[in-house]
Write a protein that binds this ligand. Structure first.
Ligand SMILES: Nc1ncnc2c1ncn2[C@@H]1O[C@H](COP(=O)(O)OP(=O)(O)OP(=O)(O)O)[C@@H](O)[C@H]1O
Length: 498
């Protein structure tokens, strides 16, 4: 027997339960009898005491259906969250059926009393005799919402955490979809994802959820609902609803997780994350949708798979979207990848670290027309050698070797410009740039350390610390070295005075 109404005195607190997992019912396995979900009934006064009279100190947040408070119960042994859904004043007992707030509260209790999962914000109990509204007691989530994590924290989460949280949400949605009868959440969004004490994501707020098969009268008669920005555009009438509407909302959430931008954000053009991200993904510029605060993940396959998955979830034809089970499978693979990156990723990360260190010191030259050349100041080669070797994790016997070492390694890691080999003088070409190279001087004279195989001009101070690093546009640049005693000059665009 399940829970039907909180108003009924006889409301049953023990309901049918662990039915989300189809595998549990597989014929090949011995099916254990389902453990009943225990739902507690709380006294109003106990909840008032547990929340210190619904005080501001206990206040956790406010949603469209009421406020949420932290409650200390069972002599401090249980910390829970109490959702206080206030009924509008004009609501009479007859009007409760038409009051969306009342329906949402009833609905949440009814569904959560039948479905339980480690990735959901599970129901602990309720208070049946509150006269001005409903009190729902759910598991307390001490680390806020995914929305806070993505948009309000000063330190944004990294890729490992983002992928892990996405997988948790997908698992929660899959659990709902695979329960019998299925549950469609209808309001998957970052503010409905709560973060528990172990930093796992939990899907909460089942106020709009629908339990039943799509052909059931109740499902067929419930008007569309959801949150703008996450709502499936194909869900215009009750009959359009399917689990794929949740998949759409999840796709938007995934784009939000990857990009760190809101589902609708007027600071972007276009404001809708889907209109903004899809053209970029279609061009194959997966890194272009990454949250700029953290940059793309070390392994490009991670962002590619996330972007492609999100794009599949938000397809306009619902049938073409993957099922939530498929989404879980895909994210499980991405999660493995992001946790155990290939060995070359560590190399890539080290090079990135070097680049970001350079960027910290980079002055703004007011021009983007710069590509890569490397140069050092006089008398600093020994220090430079040390710096380079420490960065690259290798020691070099001589300064010449160090320069060649830096040139080759940089060139490989960036992989964009041809190498210029040290040796006899003459004119060499690299990436379409003519470089006059005097013999011997490049590496043995202290002033100029030569041209490296990457389009960046770097200046060091006397102590060998990086002062500036400038990108150069190789197509507009000619570099010449005026004999053995002089430095390199930029002939066409003297943007940097050395
Ligand atoms: N179980 C919980 N544990 C801790 N804090 C919670 C919990 N549930 C909700 N909150 C906090 O209360 C706030 C309001 O939650 P609620 O679910 O009522 O609304 P919402 O999801 O933010 O908005 P809406 O009702 O419009 O969907 C949340 O943003 C969160 O900060």
């Amino acid at each position: 027997m399940g829970y039907f109404s909180c108003n009924a005195e006889s409301a049953t607190a023990i309901c049918d339960s662990y039915n989300w997992d189809r595998k549990r019912k597989s014929k090949t396995r011995r099916v254990k009898p389902d453990k009943p979900i225990e739902i507690r009934e709380f006294l109003y006064d106990d909840l008032v005491a547990a929340t210190n009279g619904f005080s501001t100190e206990s206040f956790l947040g406010k949603g469209s259906h009421g406020s949420v408070y932290r409650a200390i119960l069972d002599d401090g042994k249980l910390i829970a969250a109490v959702k206080r859904t206030k009924y509008p004043k004009q609501t009479t007992s007859l009007g409760i059926r038409n009051c969306t707030t009342c329906v949402a509260a009833e609905n949440e209790i009814e569904i959560l009393s039948r479905v339980r999962h480690p990735r959901l914000v599970n129901l602990i109990g309720f208070c049946p005799d509150s006269n001005d509204g409903k009190l729902i007691v759910v598991e307390y989530m001490p680390n806020g919402t995914l929305y806070d994590l993505l948009h309000l924290r000063s330190r944004p989460p990294g890729w490992t955490r983002r992928v892990r949280l996405s997988l948790h949400v997908a698992k929660a949605a899959q659990a709902l979809h695979s329960s019998n009868p299925p549950v469609i959440h209808r309001d998957i969004k970052s503010s409905n994802i709560l973060i528990d004490g172990d930093w796992n994501a939990r899907l909460g707020d089942l106020g709009l959820a629908l339990r039943g098969h799509v052909e059931d009268v109740r499902v067929r008669c419930t008007p569309p609902a959801g949150t703008l920005g996450y709502l499936d555009p194909g869900y215009l009438a009750p009959g359009d609803l399917s689990a794929k509407s949740d998949v759409f909302s999840f796709g938007i959430l995934l784009l939000e997780i990857v990009s760190g931008r809101n589902a609708i954000d007027v600071n972007y053009s276009p404001p809708s994350v889907i209109d903004w991200a899809l053209p970029i993904i279609k061009h194959g510029d997966y890194a272009g949708i990454c949250d700029r605060r953290i940059g793309p993940p070390a392994d490009p396959a991670v962002i590619r798979q996330l972007a492609v998955l999100a794009a599949r979830c938000v397809r306009s034809t619902a049938e073409k979207r993957p099922s939530m089970a498929e989404v879980v499978e895909c994210l499980t693979a991405v999660n493995k990848r992001v946790h155990a990156p290939p060995i070359w990723n560590s190399m890539r990360r080290r090079v990135k670290r070097v680049e970001s260190k350079e960027a910290e010191h980079r002055p703004s030259f007011g021009s983007n027309d710069l590509e890569e050349i490397v140069r050092s100041t006089r008398g600093s080669r020994r220090k430079l050698t040390r710096k380079v070797s420490s960065v690259l994790g290798a020691e070099y016997e001589s300064e010449d070797e160090a320069m060649i070492g830096e040139r080759v390694l940089r060139s490989r890691s960036i992989g964009s410009v041809n190498e210029i080999k040290a040796g006899k003088g003459g004119v060499r070409k690299s990436a379409g740039v003519a470089v006059k190279v005097p013999s011997a001087m490049r590496l043995s004279k202290s002033r100029s350390v030569g041209v490296l195989g990457s389009p960046r001009l770097v200046r060091y101070n006397k102590r060998g610390f990086l002062l500036e690093s400038v990108k150069l546009d190789m197509s507009k640049l000619v570099i010449s070295v005026d004999g053995e005693k002089s430095d390199m000059k930029l002939l066409q665009k003297p943007l940097v005075s050395i």
